[in-house]
Every structure is written in structure tokens, then in C-alpha cells.
Design a protein around this ligand. Sequence first.
Ligand SMILES: CC(C)(COP(=O)(O)OP(=O)(O)OC[C@H]1O[C@@H](n2cnc3c(N)ncnc32)[C@H](O)[C@@H]1OP(=O)(O)O)[C@@H](O)C(=O)NCCC(=O)NCCS
Length: 144
Amino acid sequence: MTRTATTDDVAAILAIEQACFGAAAWTTGLALAEVVGDRHVVLLSDDGEAYGAISVSGDVADLDRIAVVPEARGRGLARDLLDILIDRARDLGAERMLLEVAADNAVAKGLYESAGFDTISTRKGYYAGGVDAFVMELAIQEWR
Ligand SMILES: CC(C)(COP(=O)(O)OP(=O)(O)OC[C@H]1O[C@@H](n2cnc3c(N)ncnc32)[C@H](O)[C@@H]1OP(=O)(O)O)[C@@H](O)C(=O)NCCC(=O)NCCS
């Protein structure tokens, strides 16, 4: 089960960020901006092990983050979050969802591909260490 995160959940979000991204984790300010932002949706699993965030601008939703603590991976938490975030994006008027994923993040790329995302371009050296980013897109109006 998931719920919409509030400002009371920022500490829980930051804990997941630290567990998943280490030095690249969001700051408190970034997490707070996601939670309170207009046309932003942040979902947190009830047990505090996973969260996901989107922001909608015009007809485009960006998947800003999706993360599951290491000990809770492989149980379908990310897939559940992504499904609900896509529904919420559609409710906010988005027609497509975009995301960037590191070229060496095969697990995340597998998650997105299994949801129907296609790779539409590559940003060379986008991430620290010169890792490329794949830009992926999903048409969500007719999605499931
Ligand atoms: C990517 C991540 C969110 C997946 O979370 P998860 O809860 O383990 O994923 P799920 O159990 O919902 O699996 C969904 C799909 O992801 C893919 N996947 C999950 N674990 C995988 C693995 N070990 N190897 C390959 N693909 C895998 C599969 O396509 C899977 O679908 P399937 O079960 O039908 O095969 C998680 O590994 C994570 O938090 N990673 C660190 C943060 C990150 O990279 N986030 C994405 C970029 S912001």
C-alpha cells in the first residue's frame, strides 16, 4: 500500500535517498520541494521502504525519482509505485511520461521497459563519471 507523502514524510524520504543514492541523495530542500510542489506527486509505501515522485508540466510528466531500499527490492514495490504514478500523471492531464536512466542501471531500465517505456535518445556523459543517460518515454493516455 502507498500513500501521498506530506511534509511529515520528508525524513523517511531522505532515509530512502541515503540508502539508495548515497552522496547523490537529495537534500532536505529538494525533497521538501517535491512534496509541496504544485503538480508534483510523491508516493511513499506504508512501510517507508520505497517512494516515487513525478512532476507534471503541460502534457508531460517527468518521473523524478523511484527508489526502494536494498532489503525490500524484488518484491514488486517499484512496479506498484510506477503504476500508480502513471495513473496520477494521467489524472493531472499528462499525455506522456519522460525519464532519464543511467545506461549502466540495468535493473531500473528493465523496470521501465516492462512498463512500456521506449528509449528515445541518449545523453552522452550525463551522469557523474561520464555515464550516459537514456531518455525514455511512455505514452500514457492509452496506457492499460
Ligand atoms: C530500480 C528499483 C527502483 C527497482 O525496485 P524493485 O522494487 O526491486 O523492482 P520490482 O520488484 O518492482 O521489479 C520491477 C521490474 O524491475 C526489473 N527488475 C527488478 N529487479 C531486477 C533485477 N535484479 N535484475 C533485472 N531486472 C530487475 C524487472 O523488469 C522487474 O519486473 P519483473 O519482476 O516482472 O521481472 C530499485 O532497484 C532501486 O531502488 N534501485 C536504486 C535506485 C534507482 O536506481 N532508481 C531508479 C533511478 S531514479
